[in-house]
Design a binder for this molecule. Structure first.
Ligand code: 7TS
Length: 438
C-alpha cells in the first residue's frame, strides 16, 4: 500500500474519519519545511546569531510573504470602505472582501459561503456571538448547555456569563485517561440539553476530539452543536457539512493569516433566525428613530467597518495552505509529532512528561510538557536563550490545568514550517534547562 510519511492511507482514513475531517484519500506531496521556511521572513531573523526556532504556533502562527504581500497590495492599490461607495476602488474593495468570504467558505466546504460565513475579530468573538445571539434567543431558566472540561476560556466564559444571567445549567463532558474525553456517560449528560459546545482539538493536550459520537448524541437529544475549530482548522482538512455541526468558529492568526480576523460558520437557517449581535452601521437595511430592520445574512452580524485587509490576508493564507493540501499538512505534523514524542522520551526519560494522548494518530502537534523540578516559565526562559520559542502558562484553560494538577505547562507546538531540526533544538535546549536547574 502507498505510504505517506510512514502511515498507510487506510490508517489515515480511519483516524481522520473519526475526528470529523473529510476522509479524502488524495495523496499530496510530502512537505519540505526548509523550503517553506523561506516564505516566512520572520523565520530568517536570527536571534543572537542562532536560527530562530518557532514552536508557538498554537498561540499564533507566523505569516508567509504571500499573505503579507496580499494585504500590502490591497492597501497600496484598492483600499476604500466596503458596501457603500459607488466609485471604482470602493467597488473593487467590496468585491475583494466578498471574494475572501467565498474563499474561506470553500475552505471549510460551507454549503452557502456567501450567507453562512461571518467575519469576526477572532474565534473568541465568534463564540460570543453565538452565546449572545443564539443563546439569549433560545435559552432560559431550566435549560442546559453541555461543554467539556478541556475548553479554552473562549468556549467557556461566554456560556458562564449566559448561565449566570439566564439561570442556565452548565454540564461538562469529563476529562478521561490520557487527556481524551470520557464519553462513557454522554447519553445521560446530553439528555435535555439545548446546546453542546466542544473544542475539536485541545490547545493544551493536543487531543483530537471524536466529533461523530458527540454530534450524533447532541442531535438525537435535539441540541445544536458549536465546534471550536481554532486548533483544528489550521492543521487538518475541515468539512462542516461532513462534520454535521451547526456552528463552527476559527481564528485567522493561527492559520498563517493576520490577527484581527476570525470566522463564524453557521447553518443559514439558524443564522437567519438569530437576532443581531452588535448594532451599528452596515448591519441594517433601514433605521428609524424608533427601530431598525436588520440586513440580510451575513451582514446582519457584521456591524461597523469590517476587517477588510485581514479578510483578504486570510483568503491568501487559505490559498497558501491549500497549495500543499491540509492532508499533507496533517501527515507532516503527525509524523513530526511522533518523532518529537520519541525523541524527547529518549533524551530525557522520566524527567520530562508530556500531557495528552501518547498515540500521534489521536493528537495534534501541541506538546504540553512538565519538566521535573523546573517551573514552565523557567523552561521557557532557558529555551529563549537557545532562540527556541515556546509558550509557558495556563493557555487560557484554567479548569483543565486544575484537573491536571498543575498551574502551568511549557508548551511547544508544531506547524508546517517545523522539522526534525527544530525538535532536536528543542530537546537540546530542554537538556540545558535540566542541567541548569538540577
Ligand atoms: N479556542 C481555542 C481552542 C484556542 O486555542 C484559542 C487560542 C482560542 C479559542 C481563542 O483564540 P482567539 O484568536 O480568539 O484569541 N489559544 C491560544 C493558546 O493556546 N495560546 O494563545 C492563544
Amino acid at each position: 500500500m502507498a505510504t505517506l510519511s510512514g502511515e498507510t492511507l487506510s490508517e489515515r482514513a480511519a483516524v481522520d474519519g473519526r475526528v470529523g475531517a473529510s476522509a479524502s484519500l488524495t495523496v499530496s506531496r510530502p512537505l519540505d519545511p526548509q523550503r517553506i521556511r523561506e516564505d516566512f521572513p520572520i523565520l530568517g531573523r536570527p536571534q543572537d546569531g542562532r536560527r530562530l526556532v518557532y514552536l508557538d504556533s498554537a498561540a499564533s502562527s507566523q505569516k508567509p510573504i504571500q499573505v503579507l504581500d496580499a494585504m500590502d497590495e490591497y492597501y497600496r492599490t484598492t483600499h476604500a470602505n466596503v458596501h457603500r461607495g459607488v466609485y471604482r476602488i470602493a467597488e473593487e474593495a467590496t468585491a475583494r472582501y466578498e471574494a475572501a468570504r467565498a474563499r474561506v467558505g470553500r475552505f471549510v466546504h460551507a454549503p452557502e459561503p456567501s450567507r453562512e460565513i461571518v467575519f469576526t475579530k477572532n474565534v473568541t468573538e465568534a463564540l460570543n456571538l453565538i452565546a449572545y445571539s443564539w443563546g439569549r434567543a433560545n435559552l432560559g431558566p431550566g435549560d442546559a448547555v453541555l461543554l467539556t472540561e478541556i475548553e479554552h476560556h473562549a468556549n467557556l466564559v461566554p456560556w458562564q456569563i449566559l448561565a449566570a444571567e439566564r439561570g442556565v445549567e452548565l454540564r461538562f463532558i469529563p476529562l478521561g485517561a490520557e487527556g481524551e474525553l470520557d464519553l462513557s456517560d454522554l447519553e445521560r449528560l446530553v439528555a435535555g440539553v439545548k446546546l453542546v459546545g466542544v473544542t475539536m482539538c485541545s490547545n493544551v493536550l493536543g487531543t483530537l476530539v471524536p466529533m461523530e459520537p458527540i454530534v450524533a448524541a447532541a442531535h438525537a437529544a435535539g441540541a445544536v452543536v458549536v465546534a471550536d475549530a481554532a486548533q483544528f482548522a489550521p492543521h487538518l482538512p475541515l468539512d462542516v457539512s461532513a462534520l454535521g455541526v451547526d456552528f463552527l468558529g476559527f481564528t485567522g492568526h493561527k492559520m498563517l493569516g493576520p490577527t484581527g480576523i476570525g470566522v463564524l460558520w453557521g447553518r443559514a437557517a439558524l443564522l437567519e433566525a438569530m437576532p443581531p449581535f452588535l448594532g451599528g452601521g452596515e448591519m441594517i437595511t433601514d433605521v428609524c428613530l424608533d427601530g431598525f430592520t436588520p440586513a440580510e445574512l451575513p451582514w446582519k452580524f457584521e456591524a461597523g467597518t469590517p476587517p477588510i485587509a485581514e479578510a483578504i490576508g486570510l483568503a491568501a493564507a487559505v490559498d497558501y495552505l491549500e497549495t500543499f493540501g491540509l492532508d499533507a499538512v496533517r501527515a507532516h505534523e503527525r509524523a513530526l509529532t511522533a518523532y518529537a514524542l520519541d525523541r524527547l522520551r529518549e533524551d530525557h526519560g522520566s524527567r520530562l512528561r508530556i500531557h495528552g494522548p501518547s498515540d500521534p494518530a489521536r493528537r495534534s502537534g501541541v506538546l504540553s510538557m512538565a519538566l521535573e523540578g523546573v517551573h514552565p516559565h523557567d523552561v521557557s526562559q532557558v529555551l529563549d536563550q537557545h532562540a527556541v520559542c515556546i509558550r509557558a502558562g495556563h493557555h487560557c484553560a484554567k479548569p483543565l490545568m486544575r484537573l491536571l494538577g498543575v498551574g502551568a505547562t511549557a508548551r511547544a507546538s508544531l506547524y508546517l514550517y517545523n522539522d526534525r531540526d527544530d525538535v532536536d533544538a528543542l530537546s537540546a535546549a530542554l537538556g540545558d534547562a535540566i542541567r541548569f536547574f538540577a
